[in-house]
Ligand binder design. Structure first.
Ligand code: SF4
Length: 111
C-alpha cells in the first residue's frame, strides 16, 4: 500500500462472499474453537476442510460460497480471532478477484 494512503474497510462483507480457501495458520483452529466455546476437534470437524494445497485447513463455505462465519448483516462471527489471511486483505495481500469486489478499494480508499 502506498505510503500516506489509508484503507477504510466498510465492513460490507463482500470479500467474505467470494468463494475460495480461507487458510488457517497453525494456532488459529484452537483460537477460534476457544472463542466459540468448542473443543478444537469439534470445531475442526464442523467448520474446516482440507485446503486446495492439501496441507492446510480452510474454513468451509456456505452453500453459495460465502464463508461459514459471514453473518447475514455482513459481520464476521469470529471477528476478534479471525484468521491472519482475513486480517491481511487488502493491506498485506490482494488478489484481482477480491480487489474487484471491494467497494472501498474501487472508491479509491487505498487502491
Ligand atoms: S473468517 Fe470472518 S473475515 Fe474471514 S472470510 Fe470468514 S467471515 Fe470473512
Amino acid at each position: 500500500m502506498p505510503q500516506g494512503v489509508s484503507f477504510q474497510c466498510r465492513r460490507c462483507g463482500a470479500c467474505c462472499r467470494v468463494p475460495g480457501d480461507v487458510a488457517l495458520a497453525p494456532d488459529e483452529a484452537q483460537a477460534i474453537a476457544d472463542f466459540l466455546g468448542l473443543d478444537v476437534y469439534v470445531f475442526t470437524a464442523r467448520y474446516t476442510a482440507l485446503a486446495q494445497n492439501r496441507r492446510d485447513l480452510t474454513l468451509v463455505e456456505q452453500s453459495d460460497g460465502r464463508c461459514v462465519f459471514l453473518q447475514p448483516d455482513g459481520s464476521c462471527r469470529v471477528q476478534p480471532v479471525k484468521p491472519v489471511q482475513c486480517k491481511g486483505f487488502p493491506t498485506v495481500w490482494r488478489s484481482p478477484r477480491l480487489t474487484s469486489v471491494c467497494a472501498a478499494l474501487r472508491a479509491g480508499g487505498g487502491g
